[in-house]
Design a protein around this ligand. Structure first.
Ligand SMILES: *Cc1c(COP(=O)(O)O)cnc(C)c1O
Length: 401
């Protein structure tokens, strides 16, 4: 089977990082500072603060900006649905702005349409690594006196006019989850030029417990999961788990299990810092390979599949490949399974947050949620597998014609 995602197993990273859990508290703090400095330099921002997750960073940003009860936050109508409860838990009212069906990103016009007297900030995402019109959105925010929070969970390495994504808004969040660009098997980074916001976040993080073995355990579990996924038995199990009838349910269970493992937010560990530094050192080369493979896939796709528009606003950093499928998505899933191709479909890609919040006026998000298909693209994808993916997609397109 051709999987849609793969976590690269780097045994040297594991061996290296396993030396850290025994270091002193001072040495651990030094490691974390070194990682934060390297990350800040990569984004070209004065402050980078390592957090327990991307979500944790978002929470710290919202609190640091003073958003609370009754304040409205414009959010993307198509993004990670798990962010919505985090926003609402603070009494903040999320208001979804529709996305461009070609790029899956919010536009200046869709954001402007959602600004009202209670709006305090705009939460933008560079979805799937394609830069949104961050300059236009920041100009709009300035005109209305609003803060801009940049979700760069997918966009490490993307840039707009040569300036890194994450350096435009009032603050930005990055994710260091196992599936993201700089994977430290959990963690996040808050990036900002606002010294007061940085100080407030640091003060909140100061009392947190540091537990070195938890991220180590997570990495070992991910490695075990990855080895299981690579075994032949997995292909049979996947047919059951991702069948048309059970896929949504399984996906939800999987996400819930992950949330439970997450637990309470801890301090960033020396293990994660060391791993993060090693990943940062390789990230540019990795991104170059992934972008080249993304282009190859986009060029060779059959006509029924339309690749996400690369963006009109800057240089993307792809680590996922998402296309729209113009046709019966259920038939596509069944055909892909017959051919041993693992696709992500609908809510397995991203969520229609407008529908979640009861808004029926975001056709771009509804269309994206109905038609988005995640195709295989990951670090370590072989050229042979890439070609086989294209061949299978062509056969499927003919079968479904
Ligand atoms: C992954 C992700 C986040 C946050 O990630 P964590 O899992 O909390 O580290 C935020 N936004 C988007 C769009 C994401 O995909």
């Amino acid at each position: 089977m051709i999987p849609r995602r793969r976590i690269r197993l780097e045994w040297a990273d594991l061996a290296d990082a396993l030396r850290t859990p025994w270091v002193s508290a001072d040495a651990a703090a030094d490691q974390v500072s070194a990682f934060e400095r390297a990350f800040a330099d990569a984004i070209g921002a004065p402050h980078a603060i390592a957090t327990a997750s991307g979500r944790d960073a978002l929470g710290l940003i919202l609190d640091g900006l003073g958003l609370g009860e009754g304040d409205e936050l414009v959010i993307p109508a198509y993004t990670l649905g798990e962010l919505v409860p985090l926003i609402r838990a603070r009494g903040i009212v999320p208001v979804p702005a529709d996305v461009d069906p070609a790029s899956f990103n919010m536009t200046v016009a869709s954001v402007a349409a959602r600004i009202g007297p209670r709006t305090r900030a705009i939460f933008v995402v560079h979805l799937l690594g394609a830069p949104c019109d961050i300059r236009g959105i920041c100009a709009l925010a300035d005109a209305h006196g609003l803060a801009v929070v940049e979700d760069c969970a997918h966009a490490f390495g993307a840039s707009i006019d040569g300036r890194p994504a994450g350096s435009f808004g009032s603050a930005a969040l990055f994710s260091l989850e196992a599936t993201k660009a700089v994977a430290a098997f959990g963690g996040g980074v808050l990036v900002t030029a606002d010294a007061a916001l940085a100080a407030a976040a640091r003060a909140r993080l100061a009392g947190r417990e540091r537990r070195e073995w938890l991220p180590v355990r997570k990495m070992l579990l991910k490695f075990a999961e990855e080895i299981a996924v690579r075994s032949p038995a997995y292909a049979i199990a996947a047919r059951l788990m991702f069948s048309a009838r059970s896929a949504g349910g399984f996906d939800r269970l999987y996400r819930q299990a992950h949330d439970r493992v997450r637990g309470k937010p801890l301090a960033f560990s020396a293990f994660q810092a060391r791993l993060g530094l090693r990943k940062l050192a390789r990230v540019t080369a990795r991104q170059k390979r992934l972008n080249a493979q993304w282009e190859a896939l986009a060029r060779d796709l059959p006509a029924r599949f339309v690749a996400q528009r690369r963006s009109d606003f800057g240089r993307p950093a792809f680590y996922n490949f998402v296309a729209r499928f113009d046709g019966d998505i259920g038939a596509l899933r069944a055909a892909a399974q017959r051919h041993g191709l693992d696709l992500g479909i609908g809510g397995e890609v991203m969520d229609d947050t407008a529908a979640m919040l009861g808004f029926a006026d975001c056709p771009g998000a509804a269309g994206a949620a109905a038609q988005a298909v995640l195709l295989p693209l990951y670090d370590g994808l072989s050229e042979a597998r890439l070609r086989r993916t294209v061949a299978v997609l062509r056969r499927i397109a003919e079968e479904l014609a």
